[in-house]
Design a protein around this ligand. Structure first.
Ligand code: FAD
Ligand code: SF4
Length: 512
């Protein structure tokens, strides 16, 4: 072989320029790596999804005439790490050129830039996946500074001419969130769509993980529900357009414990397909907009809300990540130091909201944004869990978790550990937010209306303790100043009881 090209597990982009020509002198290498399965403990379904998708990609490339070598954990076990493996295979094939696509994770980019090959030149190319060019990130996202997502998103809408009529946004508004964010009523719950699940047999992978002693978390399933190739990803996209898009924005923030079979509500569950690059952000956006044009009953509010997640948030967090790494991985602005309670690994807590969000994450390697942000993330924020602990858990548990997208969402958006780079204020909330958006509180062990005492919703006291403790840092934010007036007008004895309750909870986090 003249050239060896590495394909990482999240670089399964069949549309990449690399594959436009078949060259028998080019060998594609796809490898199940020990280092990738042990840098953090992953959900077992996440590993199965990546390994299955990698193997499928390899066989599709082979069927198209490319030369491919797929290495399993059995083949790679004797190599110390990725670079050692590459040194061996590039030498073994006699290649004079080694190429890789720029990894989206800082850790892997740093590792590959250290690669030294005796007889081959090394070349790095773009993944051709994201809309926002990598080399413009530094200009758009100044290091350590806040950049408003909404402004970035509007620039992206204009730049890529998405949902625009000339220079104006379709529908006359950039953002339709005021029309969205409703709670699910019982009649809405009856019509929730059942998630489309696939069922690929992963028994071999499970056996391989066991054979190699790879530690995992979450519920294993011999039949994987996640899409593992481009065809299935496109099927899921089509399913989303037909059954979920019409109500996507309206119920985007809602949560329910009724009908657990409809666990992903109106969400797309396309994040794994997108992050593994089986499908591109632009084709998802285009498919959704085409479906909107073909179906006049779908409102712009639903479509705009979805496009914003992909064209706005997804591209934005990638920018924040690259502009601020590697420092971002260690910032802890609120100096949080607690350990994650054990129920993060089994879901058994008396807090009904947390129980549902954790159990669903462990059962399906998935939770929707508000479960991640306002239930699990909010709990970790208010209880001051160390960001390293929280990051590790999020990076492991979700099928779509890759550091570039996980970290700004967790450390930045959920924990405010970046001191305001992603958001200008923490997304801290008491139990009343959860009560507003879900049906969890009615059957909870704790009482949502109480703020102090053993039976009170723990989030109520923890919230006020958090706000009280961080007053100096937060009080300047006009959106928060009003809350402090409510707190100041509360009777001293009531405040003391609330703060004492919060301290009791913090002292006994494992028992909540
Ligand atoms: P939908 O609700 O259907 O949204 C469509 C798509 O928009 C998603 O597939 C995703 O690609 C994109 N998107 C939506 N919100 C965001 C966001 N905040 N950041 C980036 N992309 C977004 N997303 C990941 O892909 N990987 C992660 O590891 C991850 N970790 C998160 C951790 C926390 C604490 C929080 C609050 C959010 C995290 N997110 C992460 C963002 C978001 O929650 C998931 O992308 C979404 O829940 C995936 O489900 P879905 O495909 O059904 O999304
Ligand atoms: Fe969660 Fe509090 Fe509601 Fe219980 S009462 S479900 S702990 S918000």
């Amino acid at each position: 072989f003249h050239t060896v090209r590495l394909i990482l597990g999240d670089q399964l982009n069949a549309e990449h320029t690399w594959y436009q020509q078949v060259d028998p002198k080019v060998l594609y290498l796809i490898a199940e790596l020990h280092q990738e399965n042990t840098y953090v403990t992953h959900h077992v379904q996440k590993i199965c999804a990546f390994f299955s998708a990698m193997a499928q990609f390899a066989s599709e490339l082979g069927a198209a005439g490319h030369q491919v070598r797929y290495l399993t954990l059995d083949d790679t076990q004797d190599f110390a790490d990725l670079n050692a493996l590459l040194q061996y295979y590039v030498a073994e094939t006699g290649a004079i050129k080694f190429e890789y696509q720029r990894p989206d994770e800082y850790r892997l980019l740093a590792q590959l830039s250290q690669l030294k090959l005796a007889n081959a030149v090394v070349n790095c190319v773009d993944t051709e996946h994201f809309l926002f060019p990598f080399d413009e990130i530094d200009r758009e996202f100044p290091q350590g500074q806040h950049r408003l997502m909404e402004h970035f998103y509007r620039r992206m809408r204009k730049r890529f001419n998405i949902l625009m009529t000339d220079v104006k946004p379709v529908g006359g508004q950039w953002n339709f969130d005021v029309n969205n964010r409703q709670k699910l009523k019982s009649q809405d719950i009856k019509s929730l769509p059942t998630p489309l699940m696939f069922g690929h047999n992963v028994q071999d992978i499970l056996a391989r993980l066991q054979r190699h002693g790879i530690n995992t978390m979450g519920k294993a399933d011999t039949h994987l529900l996640w899409p593992i190739n481009r065809a299935q990803s496109l099927e899921l996209l089509q399913y989303f357009c037909e059954y979920c898009l019409p109500a996507f924005g309206r119920f985007q923030d809602a949560m329910t414990q009724q009908h657990p079979a409809q666990w992903s509500l109106y969400h797309s569950r396309l994040s794994f397909s997108l992050n593994a690059k089986l499908i591109s952000p632009l084709e998802v956006i285009n498919a959704v907009i085409e479906h909107y044009h073909a179906n006049p009953f779908i409102e712009i509010a639903q479509v705009e809300g979805f496009v914003r997640q992909i064209l706005g948030w997804r591209e934005y967090v990638r920018g924040i990540y690259w502009a601020n790494m590697p420092k971002y991985a260690s910032i802890n602005a609120l100096e949080a130091t607690r350990k994650l309670p054990d129920y993060f690994w089994h879901g058994k807590t008396r807090m009904n909201c947390l129980h549902h969000a954790l159990s669903q994450s462990l059962d399906f390697a998935y939770a929707h944004h508000i479960q991640r942000l306002m239930v699990i993330g909010n709990f970790c924020l208010l209880t001051e869990i160390a960001p390293d602990e929280v990051d590790k858990w999020y990076l492991g548990v979700y099928v779509d978790a890759i550091e570039w997208v996980e970290m700004p969402n967790t450390r930045g958006m959920a924990l405010f550990a970046d001191g305001g780079i992603v958001g200008t204020k923490p997304y801290a909330a008491s139990g009343s937010y959860i009560n507003k958006m879900s049906d969890y509180c009615g059957s909870c062990h704790y009482k949502i209306k109480e703020r102090s005492g053993e039976s009170a919703c723990p989030l109520n006291s923890l919230y006020w303790r958090f706000m009280d403790k961080h007053r100096a840092q937060l009080t300047h934010n006009p959106r928060i100043a009003m809350l402090y007036r409510t707190w100041d007008n509360t009777e001293k004895s009531v405040k003391q009881a609330i703060l004492a309750t919060a301290e009791q909870h913090l002292a006994q986090l494992e028992r909540l």
